[in-house]
Design a protein. Sequence first.
Length: 200
Amino acid sequence: MSQLEEYPPESYLVVEVVRHPEYRNVMRYHYNGFLESEPRFDVALLRLDRPVRRAPNVAPICLPPLNNYGRGSISPPGTLATVVGWGRLGRDEDAPHSNVLQAVTVPVLDDNDCAYQTGLGVYTDQMCAGGSDVSRSACPGDSGGGLQVRDVQRQGRWTLVGVVSNGPSTCGLQPVIFHKIEETLPWIVRTMRSRVSHLP
């Protein structure tokens, strides 16, 4: 099959949404009329009506290793990570959204650099990736998309390290804030095990 060949779509129903118990979104209205959002613990799990069928374009992704929790990140600053989504295809607010899954590789930033570039605080449940005034970035409409790294210590498997959470309304203007999967991994694993009896 060529890369341009389309695969038949599959539809699934969401039967349960489990939002992180500490989720909140602080909204700030600035004197210049700008409304700023600052979400925390911006992650939820969806239980589907049936198992997802694997296909050439559908495969699972790994979570970070649970035994590594609290021992340092598998995506430290400087790591190149790939973010995917169906968001806006251009910088401006009237640019169309994609109907084809897009991917871009961006560098993970340290918290100080991120705070300097965005003017936002970076909390323990967040990580930051991208750059300022760049042409390729996660964009509005990509929220919920995965930030992933290829883990050479795990046979080159892809591992989900972040979820698109917050970014500028002008695509590529500033780095993007992601929910940091490694921070809430114990909750994710507990929640999954409580819903699926065959998980270890």
